[in-house]
Ligand binder design. Structure first.
Ligand code: PGA
Length: 255
């Protein structure tokens, strides 16, 4: 089973609408026609509409960084799946560790969002990963298992192929400390095993598992060559076209 590699840029709280369009256009110009690697850009909410127009007509896809699980209502400051769909978003990052640690998102909440995304034909990029303290305590696999199983509770076999998992060791995010290829592949294979148990072998082989956490052009080729690493969720290195495009090329080279 060959899974098409996916490189997703998580722009976090960076870039005005105009800056986001400029970056999106550079990516479209250089890689908007290639179909070897799936590319998703995830700008902040305020740039979704303008970036949607910038990537229109190209193969670059649009994702959001979060959403609420309800479709509408009295949820001040929140944005819903139908609103994202109205901008032609196809993906949404859910349960990023920054959402979990800084904004109190629980496994239960992430699960509700995953189900809402799937119901609205959005592909959730579900983030899981252990903190430094959890890794040092030897509980990495236990933490990742609990997060993954809870996030996928109630996901039907029919909708399961739409999900994407991102393994992001919290200690590697934005720190320059990348997991070794062995550390990453071990957890990716473990997640594949959880998916196999939940969904069966055939479906589990179809789900892409991305690595995230200081992925850069220098370390990407080795990570992307691992059997169960199907792409990257990129923070820092996605904020400039040059490094992001290098990662796309690395993924194409590893395909
Ligand atoms: P980083 O962020 O590439 O800057 O480590 C990854 C992420 O948080 O998704």
């Amino acid at each position: 089973m060959t899974r098409k590699k996916l490189i997703a840029g998580n722009w976090k709280m960076n870039k005005t609408s105009a800056e986001a369009v400029a970056l999106a256009l550079e990516i479209v110009q250089a890689a908007g026609k290639q179909s070897e690697v799936d590319i998703v850009v995830c700008p902040p909410f305020t740039a979704l509409e303008s970036v949607s127009k910038a990537v229109d007509g190209s193969l670059v896809k649009l994702g959001a960084q979060n959403m609420h699980f309800e479709a509408s209502g009295a949820f001040t400051g929140e944005v819903s799946a139908p609103m994202l769909r109205a901008f032609f978003a196809t993906h949404v990052i859910l349960g990023h560790s920054e959402r979990r640690s800084l904004f109190g998102e629980t496994d239960e909440l992430v699960n509700r969002k995953v189900l809402a995304a799937l119901k609205n034909q959005l592909r959730p990029i579900i983030c899981v990963g252990e903190s430094l303290a959890e890794r040092e305590a030897g509980s990495t696999l236990k933490v990742v298992q609990a997060q993954t199983e809870k996030a996928l509770e109630g996901v039907s076999r029919e909708l399961a192929p739409a999900i994407i998992i991102a393994y992001e060791p919290v200690w590697a995010i934005g720190t320059g400390k990348v997991a070794t290829t062995e550390q990453a592949q071990e957890v990716h294979a473990f997640i594949r095993g959880i998916l196999t148990k939940l969904l069966g072998e055939a479906l589990a082989q179809r789900v892409r598992i991305l690595y995230g956490g200081s992925m850069k052009p220098a370390n990407a080729p080795e990570l992307l060559a691992q059997k169960d690493i199907d792409g990257g969720l990129i923070g820092g290195a996605s904020l400039e076209a040059r490094s992001f495009l290098e990662l796309v090329r690395a993924a194409a080279g590893a395909a």
